[in-house]
Design a protein around this ligand. Structure first.
Ligand SMILES: Nc1ncnc2c1ncn2[C@@H]1O[C@H](COP(=O)(O)OP(=O)(O)OP(=O)(O)O)[C@@H](O)[C@H]1O
Length: 250
């Protein structure tokens, strides 16, 4: 059995109910450093709730979350993000009236105070350079001074990923980054994710199996709050129980 040190993230019997619904029920899994873990499952399976529990956006009912050998389940969301966990949301969290430059700069400053809007642009050379570097990485440097609201949907998603990336995250958690985008843009996002996660650990939720099977080293399948299966992409594609829950589905 490998030591805990071999894992960047571990959940142990993680559970959360909403009223009578067991949204996440005794979920235990481990993620290795730099691994890409895909998370799939039908609507309502508990995928986003699991993200919310790991990132601290909602409190757990019971269980443990261990990140780099430290229990983090009692830390508030902001402190978890400071340990190196960052995420995107299904719906955009951008400041639409601000430019790409400003959105990235604010995200870079979240260590001081979650999105401190009073930090003047031009005062922090290091963070400006980081914002430029990330804008180039996500392919948006040409739009650096364009307001987020003027960007098409696909570019907004890229900016959301840029915001998550800018804070030196070790574990990047992406919740349906390509949902609702046309095939070509999904492809662009998928390529970008592949490029940026070479040195990072990734957990990605998506309904697009092409994206998941292309990016993931392992795939975790959730159903009705529980883990139905976890394994390498081929194993999961051939798993009869997994096939059954998708029959007539997505
Ligand atoms: N804040 C909440 N209050 C009440 N019920 C909730 C809440 N959040 C989630 N649920 C319920 O918990 C269950 C799991 O929902 P969750 O959003 O985690 O599923 P999901 O797998 O992410 O689904 P989708 O693929 O549609 O995003 C569902 O039955 C959902 O209705």
């Amino acid at each position: 059995m490998p030591d805990n040190e071999d894992y960047i993230l571990q959940t142990i019997n993680l559970s959360k109910s909403f009223g009578g619904i067991k949204a996440v029920n005794n979920v235990s899994f481990k993620v290795k450093p730099k691994e890409n873990l895909g998370v799939i499952g039908p609507n309502g399976a508990g995928k986003t709730t699991m993200f919310n529990l790991i990132t601290g956006y909602i409190p757990i009912d019971s269980g443990e979350i261990i990140f780099e050998n430290n229990n983090i389940e009692k830390l508030p969301a902001r402190k978890r993000s400071l340990t190196g966990i960052s995420r995107t949301f299904q719906t955009s969290q951008l400041f639409l009236d601000l430019t790409i430059k400003e959105n990235l700069f604010l995200a870079a400053n979240k260590n001081q105070n979650t999105y401190n809007i009073f930090i003047p642009w031009n005062k922090d050379k290091e963070k400006i350079e980081k914002s430029i570097e990330i804008a180039k990485e996500i392919g948006l440097y040409d739009n650096f001074n364009v307001k987020a609201k003027e960007l098409p949907h696909g570019k907004r998603r890229l900016l959301g990923i840029g915001q998550a990336l800018i804070s030196d995250s070790k574990l990047l958690m992406l919740d349906e980054p390509a949902a609702g985008l046309p095939a070509q843009e999904r492809n662009t996002i998928s390529k970008l994710i592949k490029k940026i996660t070479k040195e990072l650990t990734l957990i990605i939720i998506d309904h697009d199996m092409d994206i998941i099977f292309d990016l993931a080293d392992r795939v975790l399948v959730m159903n009705q709050g529980e883990i139905l299966a976890i394994g390498d992409p081929e194993e999961i594609q051939n798993n009869e129980e997994v096939q059954r829950i998708y029959v007539g589905g997505e």
